[in-house]
Design a protein around this ligand. Structure first.
Ligand code: UDX
Length: 442
Protein backbone atom coordinates (compact mmCIF):
# COMPACT_ATOMS: atom_id res chain seq x y z
CA UNK A 1 0.00 0.00 0.00
CA UNK A 2 1.33 3.42 -0.96
CA UNK A 3 0.33 6.93 -0.02
CA UNK A 4 -0.84 8.56 -3.22
CA UNK A 5 -2.14 11.99 -4.10
CA UNK A 6 -4.04 12.85 -7.27
CA UNK A 7 -4.18 16.35 -8.73
CA UNK A 8 -7.40 17.11 -10.63
CA UNK A 9 -10.77 15.41 -10.29
CA UNK A 10 -11.97 15.32 -13.91
CA UNK A 11 -12.36 12.09 -15.87
CA UNK A 12 -8.72 11.11 -15.63
CA UNK A 13 -7.91 12.31 -12.09
CA UNK A 14 -11.01 11.14 -10.30
CA UNK A 15 -11.16 7.74 -11.99
CA UNK A 16 -7.43 7.21 -11.31
CA UNK A 17 -7.88 8.13 -7.64
CA UNK A 18 -10.88 5.89 -7.16
CA UNK A 19 -9.29 2.92 -8.96
CA UNK A 20 -6.03 3.30 -7.00
CA UNK A 21 -8.03 3.24 -3.75
CA UNK A 22 -9.96 0.22 -5.02
CA UNK A 23 -6.59 -1.51 -5.44
CA UNK A 24 -5.66 -0.90 -1.81
CA UNK A 25 -3.73 2.37 -1.91
CA UNK A 26 -4.37 5.29 0.42
CA UNK A 27 -5.43 8.09 -1.92
CA UNK A 28 -6.06 11.82 -1.48
CA UNK A 29 -7.63 13.63 -4.42
CA UNK A 30 -7.00 17.36 -4.69
CA UNK A 31 -9.16 19.96 -6.37
CA UNK A 32 -9.26 23.74 -5.97
CA UNK A 33 -13.06 23.89 -5.95
CA UNK A 34 -14.36 23.78 -2.31
CA UNK A 35 -17.90 22.95 -3.30
CA UNK A 36 -16.82 20.12 -5.58
CA UNK A 37 -14.62 18.65 -2.84
CA UNK A 38 -17.50 18.82 -0.39
CA UNK A 39 -19.85 16.86 -2.66
CA UNK A 40 -17.17 14.32 -3.57
CA UNK A 41 -16.62 13.65 0.14
CA UNK A 42 -20.25 12.60 0.27
CA UNK A 43 -19.60 10.12 -2.53
CA UNK A 44 -21.21 12.23 -5.24
CA UNK A 45 -19.33 12.29 -8.52
CA UNK A 46 -19.08 15.53 -10.53
CA UNK A 47 -19.00 13.47 -13.73
CA UNK A 48 -21.39 10.87 -15.08
CA UNK A 49 -19.60 7.51 -15.21
CA UNK A 50 -21.07 4.06 -14.81
CA UNK A 51 -20.05 2.47 -11.50
CA UNK A 52 -17.95 5.42 -10.32
CA UNK A 53 -20.06 6.61 -7.38
CA UNK A 54 -20.43 3.09 -6.04
CA UNK A 55 -16.66 2.67 -5.94
CA UNK A 56 -16.22 6.17 -4.51
CA UNK A 57 -18.53 5.40 -1.58
CA UNK A 58 -17.04 1.98 -0.98
CA UNK A 59 -13.52 3.38 -0.74
CA UNK A 60 -14.49 6.48 1.24
CA UNK A 61 -16.18 4.17 3.76
CA UNK A 62 -13.09 1.95 3.84
CA UNK A 63 -11.02 5.04 4.75
CA UNK A 64 -8.81 4.76 1.66
CA UNK A 65 -10.19 7.65 -0.39
CA UNK A 66 -10.06 11.30 0.70
CA UNK A 67 -10.78 14.64 -0.95
CA UNK A 68 -9.24 17.99 -0.10
CA UNK A 69 -8.47 21.48 -1.38
CA UNK A 70 -5.31 21.53 0.76
CA UNK A 71 -2.71 20.44 -1.79
CA UNK A 72 0.14 21.04 0.62
CA UNK A 73 -1.16 18.47 3.09
CA UNK A 74 -1.96 15.99 0.33
CA UNK A 75 1.43 16.15 -1.40
CA UNK A 76 3.66 16.57 1.67
CA UNK A 77 4.22 12.88 2.44
CA UNK A 78 2.96 11.22 -0.73
CA UNK A 79 5.02 8.39 -2.24
CA UNK A 80 3.69 9.47 -5.60
CA UNK A 81 1.55 12.32 -6.91
CA UNK A 82 -0.52 11.59 -10.03
CA UNK A 83 -1.31 14.57 -12.24
CA UNK A 84 -4.63 14.28 -14.06
CA UNK A 85 -5.50 17.88 -14.88
CA UNK A 86 -6.61 19.01 -18.33
CA UNK A 87 -4.40 19.95 -21.27
CA UNK A 88 -6.97 21.72 -23.45
CA UNK A 89 -6.26 22.82 -27.00
CA UNK A 90 -5.04 26.37 -27.54
CA UNK A 91 -6.10 28.54 -30.47
CA UNK A 92 -3.07 27.42 -32.55
CA UNK A 93 -3.71 23.69 -31.93
CA UNK A 94 -0.97 23.27 -29.31
CA UNK A 95 -1.67 21.88 -25.84
CA UNK A 96 -2.20 24.31 -22.99
CA UNK A 97 0.14 23.17 -20.20
CA UNK A 98 -0.76 25.88 -17.71
CA UNK A 99 -2.66 23.55 -15.34
CA UNK A 100 0.00 20.85 -15.36
CA UNK A 101 2.69 23.43 -14.63
CA UNK A 102 0.74 24.98 -11.78
CA UNK A 103 0.41 21.56 -10.14
CA UNK A 104 4.12 20.86 -10.71
CA UNK A 105 5.02 24.06 -8.85
CA UNK A 106 2.64 23.20 -6.01
CA UNK A 107 4.28 19.79 -5.70
CA UNK A 108 7.75 21.36 -5.54
CA UNK A 109 6.46 23.68 -2.88
CA UNK A 110 4.97 20.91 -0.73
CA UNK A 111 6.90 17.66 -0.77
CA UNK A 112 8.97 16.81 2.27
CA UNK A 113 9.90 13.25 1.26
CA UNK A 114 11.19 11.56 -1.89
CA UNK A 115 8.36 11.54 -4.38
CA UNK A 116 7.53 10.28 -7.85
CA UNK A 117 5.42 12.65 -9.92
CA UNK A 118 3.33 10.63 -12.35
CA UNK A 119 1.87 12.52 -15.28
CA UNK A 120 -1.34 10.95 -16.57
CA UNK A 121 -2.43 14.04 -18.47
CA UNK A 122 -1.71 13.88 -22.21
CA UNK A 123 1.30 16.14 -22.76
CA UNK A 124 3.46 16.81 -25.82
CA UNK A 125 6.58 14.72 -26.15
CA UNK A 126 9.37 16.20 -24.03
CA UNK A 127 7.07 17.98 -21.55
CA UNK A 128 7.89 15.63 -18.70
CA UNK A 129 11.61 16.40 -19.05
CA UNK A 130 10.75 20.08 -18.63
CA UNK A 131 8.44 19.37 -15.70
CA UNK A 132 11.17 17.46 -13.89
CA UNK A 133 13.47 20.43 -14.33
CA UNK A 134 10.79 22.86 -13.24
CA UNK A 135 10.07 20.88 -10.07
CA UNK A 136 13.77 20.35 -9.36
CA UNK A 137 14.45 24.08 -9.64
CA UNK A 138 11.59 25.04 -7.34
CA UNK A 139 11.99 22.40 -4.60
CA UNK A 140 11.71 23.76 -1.07
CA UNK A 141 13.08 20.65 0.70
CA UNK A 142 16.12 18.62 -0.23
CA UNK A 143 14.35 15.48 -1.51
CA UNK A 144 14.53 13.20 -4.53
CA UNK A 145 11.88 13.85 -7.11
CA UNK A 146 11.40 12.34 -10.53
CA UNK A 147 8.74 12.59 -13.17
CA UNK A 148 7.24 9.54 -14.86
CA UNK A 149 4.83 9.38 -17.78
CA UNK A 150 1.83 7.11 -17.34
CA UNK A 151 -0.68 7.91 -20.09
CA UNK A 152 -4.35 7.17 -19.61
CA UNK A 153 -6.38 5.32 -22.23
CA UNK A 154 -9.84 5.45 -20.69
CA UNK A 155 -12.87 6.29 -22.81
CA UNK A 156 -15.76 8.29 -21.37
CA UNK A 157 -18.73 6.17 -20.41
CA UNK A 158 -16.55 3.14 -19.65
CA UNK A 159 -13.83 4.92 -17.65
CA UNK A 160 -13.88 2.70 -14.56
CA UNK A 161 -13.82 -0.55 -16.50
CA UNK A 162 -11.17 0.82 -18.89
CA UNK A 163 -8.96 1.60 -15.89
CA UNK A 164 -9.51 -1.51 -13.79
CA UNK A 165 -9.34 -3.79 -16.83
CA UNK A 166 -7.00 -1.75 -19.04
CA UNK A 167 -5.50 -3.54 -22.05
CA UNK A 168 -2.11 -2.29 -20.87
CA UNK A 169 -0.45 0.06 -18.41
CA UNK A 170 2.20 2.19 -20.09
CA UNK A 171 4.92 3.55 -17.84
CA UNK A 172 7.66 5.85 -19.04
CA UNK A 173 10.56 6.31 -16.63
CA UNK A 174 14.20 7.37 -16.65
CA UNK A 175 15.47 5.44 -13.59
CA UNK A 176 15.12 2.03 -11.99
CA UNK A 177 13.81 3.72 -8.85
CA UNK A 178 10.91 5.31 -10.72
CA UNK A 179 10.21 2.17 -12.76
CA UNK A 180 10.15 -0.05 -9.67
CA UNK A 181 7.95 2.26 -7.66
CA UNK A 182 5.38 2.67 -10.42
CA UNK A 183 5.42 -1.06 -11.14
CA UNK A 184 4.79 -1.71 -7.45
CA UNK A 185 1.87 0.72 -7.43
CA UNK A 186 0.29 -1.08 -10.40
CA UNK A 187 1.04 -4.65 -9.30
CA UNK A 188 -2.36 -5.11 -7.55
CA UNK A 189 -4.12 -4.26 -10.83
CA UNK A 190 -2.69 -7.45 -12.33
CA UNK A 191 -2.48 -6.05 -15.86
CA UNK A 192 0.24 -6.13 -18.54
CA UNK A 193 2.79 -3.36 -17.97
CA UNK A 194 4.72 -1.85 -20.87
CA UNK A 195 7.78 -0.11 -19.50
CA UNK A 196 9.57 2.30 -21.83
CA UNK A 197 11.42 5.59 -21.61
CA UNK A 198 9.54 8.78 -20.86
CA UNK A 199 9.38 10.20 -24.38
CA UNK A 200 8.23 6.91 -25.86
CA UNK A 201 5.43 6.72 -23.27
CA UNK A 202 4.32 10.25 -24.17
CA UNK A 203 4.36 9.27 -27.85
CA UNK A 204 2.43 6.02 -27.25
CA UNK A 205 -0.49 8.06 -25.99
CA UNK A 206 -0.63 10.40 -29.00
CA UNK A 207 0.14 7.66 -31.50
CA UNK A 208 -2.67 5.47 -30.07
CA UNK A 209 -5.35 8.16 -29.95
CA UNK A 210 -4.38 9.62 -33.29
CA UNK A 211 -4.33 6.21 -34.94
CA UNK A 212 -7.93 5.66 -33.83
CA UNK A 213 -8.88 9.13 -35.10
CA UNK A 214 -7.13 8.32 -38.38
CA UNK A 215 -9.06 5.05 -38.60
CA UNK A 216 -12.35 6.92 -38.18
CA UNK A 217 -11.43 9.61 -40.71
CA UNK A 218 -10.31 6.92 -43.14
CA UNK A 219 -13.68 5.20 -42.85
CA UNK A 220 -15.46 8.53 -43.30
CA UNK A 221 -13.36 9.26 -46.38
CA UNK A 222 -14.21 5.85 -47.83
CA UNK A 223 -17.87 6.39 -46.84
CA UNK A 224 -17.99 9.57 -48.90
CA UNK A 225 -16.56 7.67 -51.84
CA UNK A 226 -19.05 4.84 -51.28
CA UNK A 227 -21.87 7.35 -51.76
CA UNK A 228 -20.44 8.36 -55.12
CA UNK A 229 -19.83 4.84 -56.41
CA UNK A 230 -22.99 3.25 -55.00
CA UNK A 231 -21.36 1.05 -52.34
CA UNK A 232 -22.55 0.66 -48.74
CA UNK A 233 -19.94 1.57 -46.07
CA UNK A 234 -21.49 -0.73 -43.47
CA UNK A 235 -21.13 -3.73 -45.75
CA UNK A 236 -17.63 -2.56 -46.66
CA UNK A 237 -16.69 -2.24 -42.96
CA UNK A 238 -18.13 -5.66 -42.24
CA UNK A 239 -16.08 -7.19 -45.02
CA UNK A 240 -12.94 -5.47 -43.76
CA UNK A 241 -13.51 -6.43 -40.12
CA UNK A 242 -12.86 -10.15 -40.61
CA UNK A 243 -9.24 -9.36 -41.35
CA UNK A 244 -7.56 -9.51 -37.96
CA UNK A 245 -4.91 -7.08 -39.13
CA UNK A 246 -7.68 -4.47 -39.50
CA UNK A 247 -9.92 -5.50 -36.61
CA UNK A 248 -13.62 -4.87 -36.13
CA UNK A 249 -13.50 -1.79 -33.88
CA UNK A 250 -13.57 1.89 -34.82
CA UNK A 251 -14.79 1.18 -38.32
CA UNK A 252 -18.06 3.10 -37.97
CA UNK A 253 -18.47 5.92 -40.44
CA UNK A 254 -20.60 8.82 -39.31
CA UNK A 255 -20.45 12.54 -38.70
CA UNK A 256 -16.96 12.52 -37.29
CA UNK A 257 -15.22 12.03 -33.99
CA UNK A 258 -15.68 14.48 -31.12
CA UNK A 259 -14.96 14.45 -27.40
CA UNK A 260 -12.18 15.71 -25.22
CA UNK A 261 -9.34 13.66 -26.70
CA UNK A 262 -9.25 12.92 -30.42
CA UNK A 263 -9.77 16.51 -31.66
CA UNK A 264 -7.15 17.98 -29.32
CA UNK A 265 -4.64 15.15 -29.58
CA UNK A 266 -4.66 15.12 -33.40
CA UNK A 267 -4.09 18.90 -33.43
CA UNK A 268 -1.40 18.69 -30.75
CA UNK A 269 0.65 16.05 -32.59
CA UNK A 270 0.31 17.89 -35.88
CA UNK A 271 1.46 21.08 -34.13
CA UNK A 272 4.36 19.31 -32.45
CA UNK A 273 5.51 17.82 -35.76
CA UNK A 274 5.50 21.27 -37.37
CA UNK A 275 7.63 22.58 -34.51
CA UNK A 276 10.18 19.94 -35.47
CA UNK A 277 9.92 20.95 -39.14
CA UNK A 278 7.96 17.84 -40.12
CA UNK A 279 4.67 17.77 -42.04
CA UNK A 280 2.56 15.09 -40.37
CA UNK A 281 0.35 14.61 -43.43
CA UNK A 282 -1.68 11.74 -42.01
CA UNK A 283 -2.89 13.97 -39.16
CA UNK A 284 -3.49 16.96 -41.43
CA UNK A 285 -5.78 14.76 -43.53
CA UNK A 286 -7.43 13.22 -40.46
CA UNK A 287 -8.28 16.64 -39.06
CA UNK A 288 -9.56 18.16 -42.28
CA UNK A 289 -11.74 15.12 -43.10
CA UNK A 290 -13.22 15.29 -39.61
CA UNK A 291 -13.99 19.00 -39.82
CA UNK A 292 -15.85 18.50 -43.08
CA UNK A 293 -17.58 15.34 -41.90
CA UNK A 294 -19.23 17.12 -38.97
CA UNK A 295 -21.36 19.15 -41.36
CA UNK A 296 -22.19 16.35 -43.81
CA UNK A 297 -25.62 15.71 -42.38
CA UNK A 298 -26.63 19.36 -42.36
CA UNK A 299 -25.41 19.76 -45.93
CA UNK A 300 -27.34 16.73 -47.12
CA UNK A 301 -30.50 18.00 -45.45
CA UNK A 302 -29.98 21.51 -46.80
CA UNK A 303 -29.58 20.19 -50.32
CA UNK A 304 -32.75 18.13 -50.02
CA UNK A 305 -34.92 20.80 -48.39
CA UNK A 306 -33.51 24.05 -49.83
CA UNK A 307 -34.49 25.88 -46.62
CA UNK A 308 -35.20 25.13 -42.96
CA UNK A 309 -37.12 28.36 -42.49
CA UNK A 310 -40.12 27.71 -40.21
CA UNK A 311 -39.70 23.93 -40.46
CA UNK A 312 -40.14 21.80 -37.38
CA UNK A 313 -36.84 19.93 -37.05
CA UNK A 314 -36.43 16.97 -34.67
CA UNK A 315 -32.87 16.72 -33.36
CA UNK A 316 -32.07 13.35 -31.74
CA UNK A 317 -28.89 13.21 -29.67
CA UNK A 318 -26.66 16.10 -28.61
CA UNK A 319 -23.64 14.57 -26.83
CA UNK A 320 -20.49 13.61 -28.76
CA UNK A 321 -21.25 9.94 -28.18
CA UNK A 322 -23.68 7.87 -26.06
CA UNK A 323 -23.01 7.16 -22.39
CA UNK A 324 -21.74 10.64 -21.49
CA UNK A 325 -23.16 14.11 -20.94
CA UNK A 326 -20.05 15.64 -22.51
CA UNK A 327 -20.54 18.04 -25.40
CA UNK A 328 -16.94 18.85 -26.17
CA UNK A 329 -16.49 18.92 -29.96
CA UNK A 330 -19.90 17.31 -30.40
CA UNK A 331 -21.18 17.49 -33.99
CA UNK A 332 -24.50 18.83 -32.63
CA UNK A 333 -22.71 22.02 -31.59
CA UNK A 334 -21.55 22.58 -35.16
CA UNK A 335 -24.95 21.84 -36.69
CA UNK A 336 -27.52 23.42 -34.36
CA UNK A 337 -26.32 27.03 -34.91
CA UNK A 338 -26.57 26.56 -38.68
CA UNK A 339 -30.10 25.19 -38.35
CA UNK A 340 -31.10 28.10 -36.09
CA UNK A 341 -29.55 30.63 -38.45
CA UNK A 342 -31.68 29.13 -41.21
CA UNK A 343 -34.84 29.66 -39.16
CA UNK A 344 -35.40 26.06 -38.01
CA UNK A 345 -37.90 25.36 -35.21
CA UNK A 346 -35.85 22.71 -33.36
CA UNK A 347 -37.24 20.13 -30.94
CA UNK A 348 -34.20 18.48 -29.37
CA UNK A 349 -33.92 15.29 -27.35
CA UNK A 350 -30.98 13.80 -25.49
CA UNK A 351 -31.26 11.46 -22.48
CA UNK A 352 -28.64 13.30 -20.40
CA UNK A 353 -26.98 16.04 -22.45
CA UNK A 354 -29.75 18.65 -22.39
CA UNK A 355 -28.68 20.55 -19.27
CA UNK A 356 -25.18 21.01 -20.67
CA UNK A 357 -26.51 21.96 -24.10
CA UNK A 358 -28.70 24.63 -22.54
CA UNK A 359 -25.54 26.40 -21.43
CA UNK A 360 -24.81 27.02 -25.11
CA UNK A 361 -28.41 27.31 -26.29
CA UNK A 362 -30.99 28.07 -23.64
CA UNK A 363 -34.53 27.30 -24.72
CA UNK A 364 -35.95 30.10 -26.86
CA UNK A 365 -35.56 32.16 -30.01
CA UNK A 366 -32.37 32.77 -31.97
CA UNK A 367 -33.09 35.17 -34.85
CA UNK A 368 -35.65 33.39 -37.01
CA UNK A 369 -34.91 30.07 -35.32
CA UNK A 370 -36.13 28.51 -32.10
CA UNK A 371 -35.05 25.65 -29.84
CA UNK A 372 -37.23 23.63 -27.46
CA UNK A 373 -36.08 20.60 -25.41
CA UNK A 374 -38.30 17.55 -25.02
CA UNK A 375 -38.04 14.47 -22.85
CA UNK A 376 -38.53 11.72 -25.41
CA UNK A 377 -37.64 11.04 -29.03
CA UNK A 378 -41.35 10.67 -29.75
CA UNK A 379 -42.06 14.20 -28.52
CA UNK A 380 -39.32 15.55 -30.78
CA UNK A 381 -40.68 13.67 -33.79
CA UNK A 382 -44.34 14.63 -33.32
CA UNK A 383 -45.34 16.73 -36.35
CA UNK A 384 -41.72 17.26 -37.48
CA UNK A 385 -40.88 17.91 -41.13
CA UNK A 386 -37.39 16.48 -40.83
CA UNK A 387 -35.33 14.55 -38.29
CA UNK A 388 -31.57 14.76 -37.77
CA UNK A 389 -29.80 12.08 -35.68
CA UNK A 390 -26.47 13.15 -34.15
CA UNK A 391 -25.87 10.51 -31.42
CA UNK A 392 -26.63 6.78 -31.35
CA UNK A 393 -28.12 6.59 -27.84
CA UNK A 394 -30.01 3.35 -27.03
CA UNK A 395 -33.15 5.44 -26.47
CA UNK A 396 -32.85 6.72 -30.04
CA UNK A 397 -32.02 3.32 -31.55
CA UNK A 398 -35.19 2.10 -29.85
CA UNK A 399 -37.37 4.32 -32.06
CA UNK A 400 -38.98 1.95 -34.59
CA UNK A 401 -38.89 2.83 -38.30
CA UNK A 402 -42.70 2.82 -38.29
CA UNK A 403 -42.74 5.57 -35.64
CA UNK A 404 -41.08 8.05 -37.99
CA UNK A 405 -43.88 7.42 -40.45
CA UNK A 406 -46.58 7.66 -37.79
CA UNK A 407 -45.29 10.63 -35.79
CA UNK A 408 -43.72 12.96 -38.33
CA UNK A 409 -45.56 15.30 -40.64
CA UNK A 410 -43.31 13.98 -43.40
CA UNK A 411 -41.05 10.97 -42.68
CA UNK A 412 -37.71 12.44 -43.73
CA UNK A 413 -34.73 11.23 -41.66
CA UNK A 414 -31.03 12.18 -41.84
CA UNK A 415 -29.02 9.79 -39.70
CA UNK A 416 -25.42 10.73 -38.86
CA UNK A 417 -24.75 7.42 -37.09
CA UNK A 418 -26.14 4.84 -39.51
CA UNK A 419 -28.35 3.21 -36.89
CA UNK A 420 -31.12 1.89 -39.15
CA UNK A 421 -31.37 -0.88 -41.68
CA UNK A 422 -32.00 0.56 -45.15
CA UNK A 423 -34.55 -2.07 -46.08
CA UNK A 424 -36.57 -1.61 -42.90
CA UNK A 425 -36.76 2.14 -43.44
CA UNK A 426 -37.81 1.54 -47.06
CA UNK A 427 -40.47 -0.99 -45.99
CA UNK A 428 -41.98 1.53 -43.58
CA UNK A 429 -42.03 4.30 -46.16
CA UNK A 430 -39.40 6.52 -44.55
CA UNK A 431 -37.15 8.69 -46.71
CA UNK A 432 -33.82 7.92 -45.15
CA UNK A 433 -30.42 9.45 -45.73
CA UNK A 434 -27.37 8.21 -43.85
CA UNK A 435 -23.58 8.28 -44.25
CA UNK A 436 -21.81 6.27 -46.93
CA UNK A 437 -24.93 4.31 -47.87
CA UNK A 438 -27.47 4.63 -50.66
CA UNK A 439 -30.40 6.90 -49.81
CA UNK A 440 -33.83 5.39 -49.33
CA UNK A 441 -36.50 7.40 -51.14
CA UNK A 442 -40.22 6.83 -50.73
C1 UDX B 1 -11.01 8.25 -26.65
C2 UDX B 1 -10.18 6.96 -26.65
O1 UDX B 1 -11.03 5.85 -26.98
C3 UDX B 1 -9.52 6.74 -25.30
O2 UDX B 1 -8.69 5.62 -25.37
C4 UDX B 1 -8.71 7.98 -24.96
O3 UDX B 1 -8.08 7.84 -23.71
C5 UDX B 1 -9.58 9.22 -24.99
O4 UDX B 1 -10.22 9.34 -26.25
P1 UDX B 1 -13.48 8.96 -25.90
O5 UDX B 1 -13.18 10.30 -26.48
O6 UDX B 1 -14.10 8.91 -24.56
O7 UDX B 1 -12.12 8.10 -25.78
O8 UDX B 1 -14.46 8.21 -26.89
P2 UDX B 1 -14.44 7.09 -28.02
O9 UDX B 1 -15.42 6.06 -27.65
O10 UDX B 1 -13.08 6.64 -28.35
O11 UDX B 1 -15.05 7.92 -29.24
C6 UDX B 1 -14.46 9.09 -29.74
C7 UDX B 1 -15.23 9.65 -30.91
O12 UDX B 1 -15.07 8.82 -32.06
C8 UDX B 1 -16.74 9.75 -30.70
O13 UDX B 1 -17.18 11.01 -31.20
C9 UDX B 1 -17.33 8.63 -31.50
O14 UDX B 1 -18.61 8.91 -31.96
C10 UDX B 1 -16.34 8.55 -32.65
N1 UDX B 1 -16.28 7.23 -33.29
C11 UDX B 1 -15.82 6.14 -32.60
C12 UDX B 1 -16.68 7.09 -34.62
O15 UDX B 1 -17.10 8.05 -35.28
N2 UDX B 1 -16.59 5.85 -35.21
C13 UDX B 1 -16.12 4.75 -34.54
O16 UDX B 1 -16.08 3.68 -35.15
C14 UDX B 1 -15.74 4.91 -33.20
Amino acid sequence: MKNLAVAGTGYVGLVTGVCMAENGHNVTCVDIDEQKVKTMREGISPIYEVGLEELMRKNIDAGRLHFTTDYHAAYKNADAVFIGVGTPEKEDGSANLQYVETVAKQIADSIENDCLVVVKSTVPIGTNDNLEELIGDSLVHNVRVEVASNPEFLAQGSAVRDTLEAARIVIGTESAWAENLLTEIYTPFNLPIVSVNRRSAEMIKYASNDFLALKISYMNDIANLCELVGADIQDVAKGMSYDERIGSKFLNAGIGYGGSCFPKDTSALEFLARQYGYDLRTMQATISINNEQKLKLYEKAKQRLASFDGLKVAVLGLTFKPGTDDLREAPSLANVPLLLEQGADIYAYDPIGVENFKQFYAEGRYGQGNITYVDSPENALEGAAVCLIFTEWGEIRAVMPSQYKELMESPLVFDGRNIYDLQEMADKGVEYHSIGRPSVKN
